[in-house]
Write a protein that binds this ligand. Structure first.
Ligand code: FES
Length: 278
């Protein structure tokens, strides 16, 4: 198991609690590379042990368990539809397009997270525009006109910050700005794209400039895309989600209580692991 992260134990239960990184914001936390195959083998062994125990208990308890389970299962909580939720900046003021475009860009390393559509369901808020304001190119990293992007150049996007492999939440899954690692990926936008979203738990990588599509496994689904809109004053709202349900939930609308009409950004430091599946 990878040292320094609680992710493997907490991954399937992200809706129950989101671990806090516990170190000062503004710092990049780098974690050492680890033996991914060994980690997967250990996970398999634990699953087999659980299945063996479940089999013994099931054989002993028989119909008694089946007859009583229906009375001890907690009720499924959730919401019936996607709310229109206004995003609130870290300082408590309404988050606007102008603010995001002036303060954040593709090089921003701190994570800006907001819960949506349920509590304890973090999402990345990203502005992928190049830092110098010029059009992106092979020598000027960044992206304009990304799918569902808003703002002057369609560069502001949001994605679920819960990995689609086994559900590790941010900051175990983090945004990596250009230059964070030497690794680059061929993407529709660039043959050597130097920025991506990467999960330290088992190495899944996603393309934030292309609907969070998968660049490396083991995850096979893109991160759910959170739909953003802005009003005439530039205020930003989350209004829905596209793609597969958030990992660990039957649907993106079930598993916790709704966030309501506002959701405030939280600033966290990323966890960085420059180790990628081959
Ligand atoms: S939880 Fe396994 S790669 Fe993210």
């Amino acid at each position: 198991m990878m040292p320094g992260l609680e992710c493997p134990a907490s991954c399937p239960f992200v809706e129950a609690q989101r671990p806090h990184s516990g170190f000062p914001v503004g710092q990049v936390r780098r974690v050492a590379a680890y033996d991914r195959d060994q980690d997967v083998d250990e996970t398999k062994r634990n699953v087999l042990k659980l299945l063996a125990v479940a089999g013994i208990v099931g054989a002993g308890a028989g119909g008694l368990v089946g007859g009583t389970l229906q009375y001890i299962q907690p009720p499924m909580i959730g919401i019936s539809s996607y709310p229109k939720t206004q995003l609130i900046d870290v300082d408590g003021s309404p988050l606007t397009v102008a603010k995001v475009e002036s303060e954040y860009n593709v090089t921003t390393s701190d994570l800006y997270l907001f819960d949506y559509p349920l509590q304890n369901e973090p999402n990345f808020l990203l502005n992928l525009a190049p830092a110098n304001g010029s059009a992106p190119s092979s020598t000027n990293p960044g992206a304009w006109n990304v799918p569902q992007g808003i703002g002057t150049h369609g560069s502001i996007v949001a994605y679920s910050a819960i990995c689609q492999h086994l559900g590790c939440p941010a900051p175990a899954i983090s945004y990596y700005p250009p230059g964070t690692c030497t690794k680059t990926f061929p993407t529709p936008a660039s043959p050597t794209q130097p920025f991506y979203i990467h999960c330290s738990c088992h190495g899944s990588t996603y393309d934030p400039a292309n609907a969070a599509y998968n660049l490396t496994g083991p995850a096979i689904y893109p991160l759910p895309l959170t739909v953003l809109v802005s009003d005439d004053d530039g205020n930003i709202y989350a209004t829905g989600s596209e793609g597969q349900p958030v990992k660990g939930h039957l649907s993106t609308l079930t598993g916790d209580y709704g966030v309501g009409t506002t959701s405030q950004l939280a600033k966290e430091s990323p966890v960085i692991l420059c180790s990628f599946p081959t």
